[in-house]
Design a protein around this ligand. Structure first.
Ligand SMILES: [Zn+2]
Ligand SMILES: [Zn+2]
Length: 268
């Protein structure tokens, strides 16, 4: 079975990931404009009619902007926890409200089957109404999605260790954040326990707890002001090297672009 993965956008201007087979797929988050989603789908020869479900990580605008349209106009069920659905309902950035028909609840540590996909959601520490990551198993391959995470908990570590393909937040470089233009309260929020993940902490965690069968590590949700793709890559490369793991040989490491889609990765 061919499995395809693509990022449609990753960062505070909008997050959306596609995971699919030849026949159908799912989206993780829908935080970019619907016109952009449609444009990228068209360019890549995909159709929204093949999307069987959208899974939402939390109710911040950069993760939910297009849920109303995807649910109501394209008849796609939107899965997330009851608390996140409540947050979506209240959110000013979702103008088209979801009807009961398209609201699907999933509980943490519960697995939902959609075709060949088994999708499990799990708790992550962040400052949305409620916050989850997703672990998706398809045909013996495991994809773990962790975006917007303040610190790595035992639960997150458990899902990281299972991953063959890991999409993991590398939001900021510590010194860029501290030296940068953000006001103090915002710096504190970002660096806080329920904020975002810094390059170094993530890189050292992955190097020290390298998942046994990890093949790809995509760095996601990079900050525009407090990070650079090359810097995030180098930080990971260096931390891995100290444990004799070679980026590009033992594992592919790829920073995802903020406002441009990635290539379509295909795995058999
Ligand atoms: Zn975000
Ligand atoms: Zn967030």
């Amino acid at each position: 079975m061919k499995i395809r993965f693509m990022s449609l956008g990753s960062g505070s201007s909008g997050n959306c990931y596609y995971l699919g087979t030849d026949m159908y797929g799912i989206l993780i988050d829908a935080g970019i404009g619907i016109r952009t989603v449609k444009k990228i789908f068209k360019e890549r020869g995909l159709s929204l009619s093949t999307i069987r479900a959208v899974f939402i990580t939390h109710d911040h605008a950069d993760h939910i902007k297009a849920v109303g349209h995807l649910g109501e106009k394209h008849n796609i069920p939107i899965y997330t926890t009851p608390e996140i659905h409540q947050g979506i309902r209240r959110s000013y950035c979702v103008t088209e409200k979801l009807s009961a028909l398209h609201i699907c609840y999933i509980q943490k540590e519960e697995t939902v089957e959609i075709g060949d996909f088994s999708i499990t959601c799990f708790e992550v520490p962040h400052d949305g109404t409620d916050n989850v990551g997703y672990c998706v198993c398809i045909d013996g391959k495991t994809f773990t999605f962790i975006t917007d995470i303040g610190h790595i908990t035992d639960t997150a570590a458990r899902y990281i260790s299972r991953a063959n393909y890991l999409i993991m937040e590398a939001n900021y470089d510590e010194s860029m954040l501290q030296m940068g233009p953000y006001p103090q309260h915002l710096k504190q929020r970002i660096a806080g326990e329920r904020g975002h993940m810094c390059n170094k902490v993530m890189a050292e965690f992955i190097a020290n707890h390298f998942p046994k069968d990890l093949k790809y590590l995509w760095l996601c949700h990079l900050s525009k002001d407090n990070n650079h793709p090359e810097l995030a890559y180098k930080t990971v490369e260096l931390a891995l090297k100290e444990k004799n793991i070679i980026a590009g040989k033992d594992v592919e490491v790829i920073p995802l672009k903020r406002t441009l889609p990635s290539e379509m990765y295909c795995f058999e």
